[in-house]
Design a protein around this ligand. Structure first.
Ligand SMILES: [Zn+2]
Length: 246
């Protein structure tokens, strides 16, 4: 088994054994990787600082049969708000959990690594709820499991005006194809979701989001994730404890 060195984001951390941690990393070289960090809960461990949620690290790993082993790591970037402000941590956990759930193991994706870099930086100065929403739609797109937001899944027609949406059917439906049980899918909501998918994360970029559309866009995202994963994301409970409800 060989060693390799890569940049990585820490997306998940669980205590294990007496002084160890199981970590989920999103690495530049190998995509999502699960690894053990032995002894890293001991205060003097050289791994202690790096094996924390949301750190961007330079890490050396030894390949293992099921889990890799963290040999060395140093912090490349510490995100202050993600590391210390509860609401930001809560929405950051949502993004980390989503990336963990949606990305396959050992499949490198420099695009997703670059996206996580932009998202984590955005959490430092943007509204965390909006960052999480945009991230959700963009990560879904990278996973290839996104629904159809701009065209009717029934007839393929490009949507115009207010339409409907049915998650089990795969997305938006025009008036002719609408089915019972469809959700309302207004033109404004569609514009918001398409803008979220295309959002470029430049510092100057802004998104105007009305309260109604924000709630609807979150609803569609969360319902879609529920049906994909078959269970609610654990981070939603964290967000709820911070805000009462999402
Ligand atoms: Zn149609």
């Amino acid at each position: 088994m060989s060693n390799y060195r890569t940049s990585a984001f820490v997306l998940g951390v669980h205590n294990w054994g007496e002084a160890d941690k199981l970590v989920t990393l999103f690495t530049l070289e190998k995509g999502k990787v699960k690894a053990t960090a032995f002894g890293c809960r001991r205060p003097k461990s050289a791994l202690a600082a790096g094996m924390q949620m949301f750190q961007c690290i330079d890490v050396e790993l030894a390949e293992g049969w099921q889990l890799d082993t963290v040999r060395q790591c140093s912090i490349l970037k510490h995100y202050k708000r993600l590391g210390g402000e509860l609401p930001v941590m809560a929405y950051g956990s949502f993004v980390a959990e989503l990336a963990t759930e949606l990305m396959p193991e050992h499949e490198p994706s420099p695009e997703v690594f670059a996206l996580l870099t932009k998202i984590f930086s955005a959490f430092e100065y943007r509204n965390p709820r909006i960052v999480a929403l945009i991230s959700g739609y963009q990560l879904l797109e990278h996973s290839g499991m996104q629904l159809s937001y701009s065209h009717c899944v029934g007839c393929g027609k490009e949507l115009k005006g207010d339409c409907t949406f049915l998650i089990n059917e795969g997305g938006a439906l025009c008036h002719d194809c609408a089915k019972p049980g469809s959700l309302s899918y207004t033109e404004k909501l569609r514009e918001l979701i398409l803008a979220a998918q295309d959002f470029d994360w430049n510092e100057e970029s802004r998104m105007q989001i009305g309260k109604t559309e924000l709630l609807q866009a979150e609803g569609i995202l969360l319902n879609q994730l529920d049906s994909l994963l078959g269970r609610p994301l654990k981070s939603l409970a964290f967000i709820e404890t911070c805000f009462g409800s999402k």
